[in-house]
Write a protein that binds this ligand. Structure first.
Ligand code: FES
Ligand code: FES
Length: 169
């Protein structure tokens, strides 16, 4: 057992946990933050994606002990003052989900992708950015629409009518 401390969604938390406890299990079992889903435990699906110290990580592959001293944001921590984050709002507006199982991880991955203000928002760029997140329902069309919708909200100066595309021969 070991004592760990971290900031989760703006709140300091401290617990004594097993050395081997995964961050995903810590968030779900110890803190009740069940928005972080576990779909595979093998780093494939991305449903467990959270933000650790500013970077999107798959929390099923991070020990809670490794996150000790860090700053974690989960999907529950994205809204501000009762307002959904633009990425959350975009998934609502574009219906970027069906069963919703992948959605928290997808939203966290998109938030990280867009926070860096990507140079391009063509389909290939978005799909590459989200290749670590699997959705078994939507066919990704509405997810890609949600990414572009959120980007337009976050960066109103973007011209999505003419996204940067691969150079033509
Ligand atoms: S549960 Fe972490 S990648 Fe699937
Ligand atoms: S909405 Fe069902 S897995 Fe993505």
């Amino acid at each position: 057992m070991m004592h760990i401390e971290m900031n989760v969604n703006g709140q300091p938390v401290a617990r004594t946990v097993e050395d081997r406890m995964l961050l995903a299990d810590f968030l779900r079992r110890e803190l009740g933050l069940t928005g972080t889903h576990i779909g595979c435990d093998t780093t494939q699906c991305g449903a467990c994606t959270v933000n650790l110290d500013g970077v999107a990580v798959k929390s099923c592959t991070v020990l809670a002990a490794q996150a000790s001293g860090g700053v974690v944001t989960t999907v529950e921590g994205l809204e501000r003052d009762g307002q959904l984050h633009p990425v959350q709002e975009a998934f609502v507006q574009c219906h970027g989900l069906q069963c919703g199982f992948c959605t928290p991880g997808m939203i966290m991955a998109v938030e990280y992708f867009l926070r860096e203000r990507p140079a391009a928002l063509d389909e290939e760029t978005i799909c590459t950015a989200l290749e670590g997140n699997i959705c078994r329902c939507t066919g990704y069309v509405n997810i890609i629409a949600a990414v572009r919708h959120a980007a337009q909200h976050m960066y109103p100066d973007l011209n999505l009518a003419a996204p940067a595309a691969a150079a033509q021969p």
